[in-house]
Write a protein that binds this ligand. Sequence first.
Ligand SMILES: Cc1cc2nc3c(=O)[nH]c(=O)nc-3n(C[C@H](O)[C@H](O)[C@H](O)COP(=O)(O)OP(=O)(O)OC[C@H]3O[C@@H](n4cnc5c(N)ncnc54)[C@H](O)[C@@H]3O)c2cc1C
Ligand code: FES
Ligand code: FES
Length: 485
Amino acid sequence: MIKFLLNNELVTLDKKLAEVTVLQYLRDNKALKGSKEGCASGDCGACTVVLGEIAPDQQSIHYRSINSCITLLASLHGKQLISIEHLSQGGVLHPVQQSLVEHHGSQCGFCTPGIVMSMFALYHAKTTVDRTTINTALSGNLCRCTGYRPIIEATQESCGIPDGGREPDQFTSREPHTLATLKALQDDIAEQASVNNVFLPQSRTAVSALLAQYPDARFVAGSTDLALEYTQQLKSLPTLISTTRVKECRALTITDEHITVGAALPLNDITPVLTTHFPTLHELIDRFASVPVRNQATLGGNVANASPIGDMPPVLLALNASIVIDNGSDYRTVPASDFFTGYRQTVLTSKEWISAIEFPRLSTAMQLKAYKVSKRHEDDISAVCAVFKLELDGTTVKSLRTGFGGVAATPVSCAELEAQMTGKDWQNATLRTEGMQILSQAFTPIDDVRASAAYRKQLLANLWQRFWFETQSELLVSTRVAQHA
Ligand SMILES: Cc1cc2nc3c(=O)[nH]c(=O)nc-3n(C[C@H](O)[C@H](O)[C@H](O)COP(=O)(O)OP(=O)(O)OC[C@H]3O[C@@H](n4cnc5c(N)ncnc54)[C@H](O)[C@@H]3O)c2cc1C
Ligand code: FES
Ligand code: FES
């Protein structure tokens, strides 16, 4: 049984339903047809809805946009689902809808419900809204006829620019009541919650018990990869065990040595921590899919998926991160360099799951750079991803670690490059050409729709060159600062 609020209505679902995704449930079960199906793969945003959840401070509701086409019905458990039908009240449009009308932000209207829901989530974001946050909030919504200028202007006006304030709406005035209802729901939520063979355990012992009962079960977290097997490949989903409520999979701990990130925390929730400790990852994370996808997608899912073009595995390799693996009674920790064993294969056994990812912290002598090259700037998978971590002793290379995506069957490092550079003077220009030479021959990438093999090889060499040039100029700046100190 799962329980959630459909806007203000308490819904209990306690059987195997024909509808698997939130979009199917809204359209086919509830006849709420406002949310559209464009791509059924998280790419277009026509199906965007908003989930209200109790915020970490327990005092407010956090509204996040998600792609309902790739969100499993079970993930609504304990949350508030808001779709486009719930925004206007008594025939009066919500301020974001009114603004879109006034700025002529809709033509055929197919994208409009999704765009309005992304605007609505931003309307309720407890952050300053500017042009950058608007572009980010709308990064998962495609419009093929209106053009983005009127949509952006409507968002600017309704979300507080230039006035800097947002009018309270019906959701704000109802927030204390909704919060109390969601808290009561949390207390009522059972360990064995499930719908459609998706189980939502809260403890690692409950996970092992489910694995014993359903040996063929698979894990699911944000479902942004897994749901595509259902919506794109038309496969039936097996019994699924969700990690999203397992306490250890949601923990975040920071010590002097490590940052340990629970496998089931959504990427958008861990971004502030990751970008505080690894500021140069900002662009890579901003370009990881879109806001609605990052609101669901997890680091554990990205790593377990073991895609050769996933963006976070190269980061883990370069940072020498470790994967914390649980079987319900014991943990084992495996370095990222040993985790990927073949194309989409890992060291995980059928009785194990990823509990967390452990990142060693950077020292001041270390520099980290991550580069993603994709056909589209936003919401696109990498053709090539390259991550370098350099540690210098003065100008001598103490260590170099690398991680690459899109160049082999698994995420990989280049041991030869790392060994060749160590002990050398980083300012020596031959390192630039030597590194380009090594990287252009290190791997045998494939030709596919994203890039040709030759282009990928050239990209690797060029990204190394860029890394060398960027770190040279930063080295000069830090040397000058040291001389003037
Ligand atoms: C539109 C779109 C754009 C995308 N863009 C990017 C991108 O730019 N970069 C990128 O890297 N990826 C991208 N992705 C892929 C996807 O979003 C990521 O791989 C994401 O991190 C997967 O996390 P998830 O929680 O949704 O995983 P899920 O879909 O829930 O699971 C993925 C796999 O991991 C397994 N799994 C999940 N959690 C665990 C666990 N704790 N232990 C063991 N196994 C587990 C599942 O069984 C499944 O096989 C995109 C996806 C979409 C739909
Ligand atoms: S239908 Fe395109 S993102 Fe969901
Ligand atoms: S209004 Fe037609 S796709 Fe946006």
